[in-house]
Ligand binder design. Structure first.
Ligand code: NAI
Length: 460
């Protein structure tokens, strides 16, 4: 008899399992994949970051080395070796989770799990008894109606991470996180990349000023954008595809050829085969498992976290829910502050945000001030050819309390956390501005943006 069986070993599930074990609960985790770590480690965050890193090195060699006096032939791309490097990174990370499971005495139940009834989890022919079940089965790509994914010519992020060769022409459907990260990788590796987006802006929902700057920078890097366009069909020929889209403003249609089409139009919860219908677990119209604010489903002893429930589909959101839910199962208190969940796009430059956007504050009628500082005024960024972009901090007009921050620039994905911590402590922009920041660092731009919420920055 287990105390907890976690179904799914992605960042939500494996973190929850480790925390449960740390809290003294007898824990098992069900995973049907050959390796632990879920989408994030196997076919998502980690492999894409490896390819982003490798292709960025190439970009640096091609564009910046000579300017720094590093002369010589730019490296050529050995795609198979790059993929081998990526696979090695995946292996190191997934084996790391296996090690952590052993260290914490968590049983890995190998196979795909289902829940015949509360208190029981079936894996293969074995039925395991448990006091609690935690569903952390994540999500899968959601395609468009009528578009058939073959993971060869018409691919999701899964196929895009493992293409047999670098495509000459890549059409990306969807200017969201996946489309822009993987679009960047292939643009740097020499593909002609055309991104087709349904909305009038890239990365819908993001701060408007960041969207504009981000699109301008990506355009300079060779990505071509067709905005306000609804994809009608993707026809697969032998080695190519034809993508037909309609411009929403005038209904005009166009067809473009592609060697590979990446469908990056979002993801949907993955709960197939669990038997949730028969259990009577309440689901939302969008296929998400419904939970209360302690991650309990409507069936006693069954909890759910991560991409399978409502909220942003982010590994770190799932991890936080996993830790908090483990505490709840152990009879303690678990809490996730959904108002302070950062989001990061790992392009170059990186884009990061937390809290509210200006658009949201305006809509809510909240009086706010915006302090902005360009990386042009940051010595370190200038030295590193990374001065494109800015930090913007939004603070309450009266109290100066930080309400949100939006960064496009070098290491934005790391810089944002200073602001997350400040927000968790209810800090004001002045608190950040009064904190000594080492020179020369990119983080000085955060301080300057905080100063811009008050009397003004120094270096602008
Ligand atoms: P997304 O929701 O970020 O972007 C999808 C885009 O496709 C949107 O811009 C949407 O307007 C567009 N779209 C939808 N239908 C369309 C159509 N018919 N024609 C043209 N465009 C259309 O989804 P994405 O990029 O697929 O990522 C899936 C999930 O994975 C997201 O929740 C994302 O946050 C997460 N993710 C996070 C990463 C990170 O944190 N760095 C990296 C990769 C994925």
């Amino acid at each position: 008899m287990y105390d907890v069986i976690v179904i799914g070993s992605g960042p939500g599930g494996y973190v929850a399992a480790i925390r449960c074990a740390q809290l003294g609960l007898k824990t098992a985790c069900v995973e049907g994949r050959e390796t632990l770590g879920g989408t994030c480690l196997n076919i998502g965050c980690i492999p894409s970051k490896a390819l982003l890193h490798a292709s960025h090195q190439l970009h640096e060699a091609e564009h910046n080395f000579a300017r720094m006096g590093l002369k010589g032939k730019s490296p050529s791309v050995d795609w198979d070796q790059m993929k081998a490097y990526k696979d090695d990174v995946i292996g190191q990370n997934t084996k790391g989770i296996e090690f952590l499971f052993k260290k914490n005495k968590i049983d890995w139940l190998k196979g795909w799990g289902s829940i015949p009834e509360a208190g029981k989890v079936k894996v293969g022919d074995d039925v395991h008894e448990t006091k609690n079940i935690l569903i952390a089965t994540g999500s899968e790509p959601s395609s468009l109606p009528g578009i058939e994914i073959d993971e060869k010519i018409v691919v999701t992020s899964t196929g895009a991470l493992d293409l047999p060769k670098i495509p000459k022409k890549l059409v990306v459907i969807g200017a969201g996180v996946i489309g822009l990260e993987l679009g960047s990788v292939y643009a740097r590796l020499g593909s002609e990349v055309q991104v087709i987006e349904f909305m009038e802006t890239i990365t819908p929902g993001m701060d408007g000023e960041v969207q504009k700057t981000f699109q301008r920078i990506l355009k300079k890097q060779g990505l071509d954008f067709t905005l306000g366009a609804a994809v009608q069909s993707v026809e697969t020929l032998k080695t190519k595809a034809k993508v037909t889209y309609k411009l929403r403003k005038d209904d005009s249609e166009a067809t473009i050829d592609a060697d590979v089409v990446l469908v990056a139009t979002g993801r949907k919860p993955f709960t197939d085969g669990l038997g949730l219908d028969a259990l009577g677990i309440k689901m939302s119209q969008r296929g998400q498992i419904e939970t209360d604010n302690q991650w309990r489903t409507n069936v006693d002893g069954i909890y759910a976290i991560g991409d399978a429930i409502a909220g942003p589909m982010l590994a770190h959101k799932a991890e936080d829910e996993g830790m908090a839910c483990a505490e709840v199962i152990a009879g303690k208190h678990g809490h996730v502050n959904y108002g302070v969940i950062p989001s990061v796009i790992y392009t170059h430059p990186e884009v990061a945000s937390v809290g509210q956007t200006e658009e949201q504050l305006k809509e809510a009628g909240r009086a706010y001030k915006a302090g902005k500082f360009s990386f042009m005024g940051n010595g370190r960024a200038k030295a590193n050819f990374a001065a494109d972009g800015f930090v913007k901090i939004l603070a309450d007009k009266e109290t100066d309390r930080i309400l949100g921050a939006h960064i496009i620039g070098p290491m934005a994905g790391d810089l944002i956390h200073e602001i997350c911590v400040a927000m968790e402590f209810g800090a004001s922009a002045e608190d950040l501005a009064l904190t000594c920041h080492a020179h020369p660092t990119y983080s000085e731009a955060v301080r300057e943006a905080a100063l811009a919420c008050g009397d003004g920055p120094i270096h602008m």
